[in-house]
Ligand binder design. Structure first.
Ligand code: HEC
Length: 135
């Protein structure tokens, strides 16, 4: 009789131990999954917003998807958006692009993007114009 009780006691003890162990392990595991997810989340915006996305969203309505620009009607005004693919535009240095994009050319209808795009995004969009539209 006492032997059976002892076996039972050991059995119960080990059961409690197993439960205790799995319970202390679980929160650790989820925590790790959480930190992984957080790490991924904080990286995503940088990866998703490509130069192309920035261009299509902000520039294509005037300069066209292929960068050739031309006449566009925006809010009742006719603008002549520069063709960004010409030899002349290929030769203009990046610094000039940054200036035009940041400050715009208000009297001609080119908007200023310094409050809309981050510096890194302006760099990405110029890179896209260089590598894809001007190639
Ligand atoms: C609302 C229409 C509009 C949008 C949107 C627009 N532009 Fe323009 N952009 C113009 C017009 C119009 C001009 C021509 C200004 C002029 O005649 O001097 C211009 C000129 C430029 C120039 C100067 C070209 C030169 O002569 O050196 C660059 C570079 C440029 N745009 C890039 C961009 C980029 C990049 C974007 C998106 C981030 C963008 N533009 C969005 C209308 C627009």
């Amino acid at each position: 009789m006492t032997k059976i009780l002892k076996v039972l006691a050991v059995f119960c003890a080990s059961f409690v131990l197993i439960v205790a162990c799995t319970q202390t392990e679980k929160p650790e595991a989820t925590n790790q999954a959480d930190t992984n997810a957080n790490a991924k989340e904080s990286k995503t915006p940088v990866e998703i917003v490509s130069g192309k996305d920035i261009y299509v969203t902000n520039c294509a309505k005037c300069h066209k998807e292929d960068g050739t620009g031309g006449k566009v009607e925006i809010e009742g005004k006719t603008l002549k958006a520069d063709n960004l693919t010409t030899e002349k535009m290929k030769k203009e240095p990046d610094e000039e692009y940054f200036e035009y994009i940041e400050d715009g050319i208000p009297e001609e209808g080119m908007p200023a993007f310094k409050d809309i795009l981050k510096e890194s995004e302006i760099k990405e969009v110029v890179k896209y114009i260089r590598e894809e539209l001007q190639k």
